[in-house]
Design a protein around this ligand. Structure first.
Ligand code: SF4
Ligand code: SF4
Length: 264
């Protein structure tokens, strides 16, 4: 997942490039970093600022029902398009893994180009079962990536999303190494850390993440974690929920249903 260094964006300095390409407005990032509610008031009072979005009123998380995922890859493709993720096969904010459990006791995990174009058929001989597992940043409530960042560029918003302020990021890769889920990469042009933001630029407009919107089987569910009734709370009530690598105490906020015991 991690990137090697790539050439600079021709003719643009890093600040210009970020202004042109960053989906989450820098003004909003600054407000979120500044702390609320002052930041919210500033956003309300200035028409040039993002609309009055109150992070403190939200508590977002995602659910994934692996039994519904058909490995079509539409989510990974939508993510690349929505967030302008580099097209090279090393850079993903979300990707799909296929697990093939074999009769010989081995489990083969693959994710060709993040599963964007789906998966080749498997030879059924010697196969016990196959299934797909969408992965992304778990928006951990106890995030090691935030803890190791030496300049505070990675931070958690009040609505429960871990973001990277690319104006502050110095590209040291500490967070990439600290993330136990392989969810971060170094952007080949900006040389700053990147990862899933739950499509934060969409959340503040009341939209769901792009991957959730395009999933044809509703394998991905998004919503408010503690709302009395939201698609997510219903999902969590109706399923036995698991998280990835619970022993690491990262407290993921991506919740899986029907997760096979083979998943790592
Ligand atoms: Fe940080 Fe990785 Fe957790 Fe995302 S999954 S919050 S990048 S430690
Ligand atoms: Fe699975 Fe939905 Fe993604 Fe398709 S769009 S791979 S079904 S999560």
């Amino acid at each position: 997942m991690e990137s090697a260094g790539e050439p600079e964006a021709g003719g643009l300095d890093r600040r210009d490039f970020l202004r042109k390409s960053l989906p989450v407005p820098l003004t909003l990032l600054a407000l979120l970093r500044a702390g609320e509610p002052e930041a919210e008031k500033k956003a309300e009072g200035d028409a040039s600022k993002p609309p009055a979005y109150k992070a403190s009123e939200h508590n977002y998380a995602m659910g994934i029902d692996t039994s519904r995922c058909i490995g079509c890859g539409r989510c990974a493709e939508a993510c690349k398009a929505e967030n302008d993720v580099p097209r090279e096969p090393f850079y993903f904010r979300t990707w799909i893994e296929r697990y093939v459990v074999q009769t010989n006791g081995e489990t083969v995990v693959s994710s060709p180009n993040g599963g964007i174009a789906g998966f080749p058929p498997v030879n059924e001989t010697g196969i016990v079962r196959t299934f797909f597992v969408p992965k992304l940043c778990n928006q951990c409530a106890n995030p090691p990536c935030v803890q190791v960042c030496p300049v505070g560029a990675t931070f958690t918003t009040q609505d429960g999303v871990v973001l990277v302020d690319q104006e502050y990021c110095i590209g040291c890769r500490y967070c990439i190494q600290a993330c136990p889920y392989g969810a971060r990469f170094l952007h080949p042009v900006t040389h700053t850390a990147e990862k899933c933001t739950f499509c934060y630029h969409r959340l503040i407009k009341g939209l769901v993440p792009a991957c959730v919107e395009v999933c044809p089987t509703q394998a991905r569910i998004f919503g408010e974690l503690k709302a009395r009734s939201s698609p997510l709370t219903r999902f969590m009530r109706l399923h036995e929920i698991q998280v990835l690598k619970p022993h690491l105490n990262t407290e993921p906020r991506v919740y899986y249903a029907n997760l096979d015991g083979e998943v790592r």
